[in-house]
Write a new protein. Sequence first.
Length: 355
Amino acid sequence: SMQQTANPQEIPGVHPLSDVLQALAVLAPDEKRSEKMRPFAILVIEFLNTHETSDLYKLGPIKLVQCLQAMANLDIDHSSLYNKICDRLLKPDALSKLPARFLAHGLSTLAIFQMAKANRKTGKLPFSWKLGEQYDTEEINDNKEIDTDILLSRAFMRRLRKPKVRKEATAEDMYRALVATRDLFDLGVMTNMEDEAAILGFTSLRTILEIRSSSPTSLSLTPTHVTGMISSWASLSDQTREDTVIGELLQIWTEDEILERCSLGQMERILSSIRKLNAANNAEVTKRVGERVLSLVEEKESSDFENIFPDFAVEVLRWPVFAHRKNQTVMKPFVKTASLLFSRKSFIGRSSIKE
């Protein structure tokens, strides 16, 4: 009964509570079921928060990361428990017990929290997100949380870069860490840590590529992986150094028949990333992309190019014109794509003056 719960002695222990919290997160894989599970989860979180911190910390670092993960997945913002858990994970003796898998999950959890915070603030995240701006009007409590997020993401990144930790990591772990770091970076949580983010980006990609070259059969990269890898590198890379990564990524993209399975949206992200990275010497890659874009556009001709938007066409056509306009072989499929799209009245009708 509720009377009993008032007495701390009668509250369920931290271990069963954390197990129940994780179970609720697993039972709520989508927004609809999340809504149903959230009230129970909030109750469990309140119970966990009632425990003395010394009791809470008996959960150990891995379970504490899993509690944060469950809170993030259920979209529950409980700053008191959140800060207690983060404070513990920042201590070297806790951090040193986290293997690669949970460091990656930790980064990804911090990114989910930040994304939710940004969404709540703006109603929905605008595409042209300005780094750091979302914190201007924050109250003090939130600033403490942002500092915690910055410190914790840096601690996770630094540990994940250690060779002995990385040796245990799978390609999936490194991919998860890479994409989470990119999201945190794009949301402005990596302010003053751009170098660290770039180093983790480079290290993650190198590790994935090494795992792949040492066992090509066991690791097949999907279009989603390759899009995530290239677009993350475009966000994180330090453009002043010579880029040894993008060439390899583009080669994988075109050689492993991944390009043939990419959607138009994925092609657009990859092309805008190539442009951002100013990747040179890729005439062959660009031509292959042009042919793939042309075939996708031709498939949609009968449906009046529905789901192909003018801003996509502009993005896809801009790169080859910028880099290869004198090379007719490269330009041919792009010119054909442009003439197909822009000779259709309905398509032009959807375009703005700017486009």
